[in-house]
Write a protein of this length. Structure first.
Length: 78
């Protein structure tokens, strides 16, 4: 059984985590200087970001599970 699909999924999660860490640091700088104003645009972008993460977690998990049912993996059904 290959661990490559799981590693690809975990690398994707790590990329999302790094981007979140980077953008969170930039946001704190803007809030500290008083340049950031929370409003409708901020809320929409926050919902968009969370939606992207939820879609990746759900469909990425399904992709990882289905990748083990392919013929190139030992014990695959299709």
């Amino acid at each position: 059984m290959s661990f490559i699909p799981v590693m690809m999924y975990l690398v994707g999660l790590a990329v999302f985590g790094f981007i979140y860490w980077l953008l969170d640091g930039i946001e704190k700088i803007f809030v500290g200087t008083g340049l950031a104003v929370a409003g409708d645009t901020y809320d929409i972008l926050l919902y968009l970001w969370l939606g992207i993460i939820v879609v990746y977690v759900l469909f990425g998990g399904i992709w990882v599970i289905r990748s083990y049912n392919e013929r190139d993996n030992i014990g695959g059904m299709y």
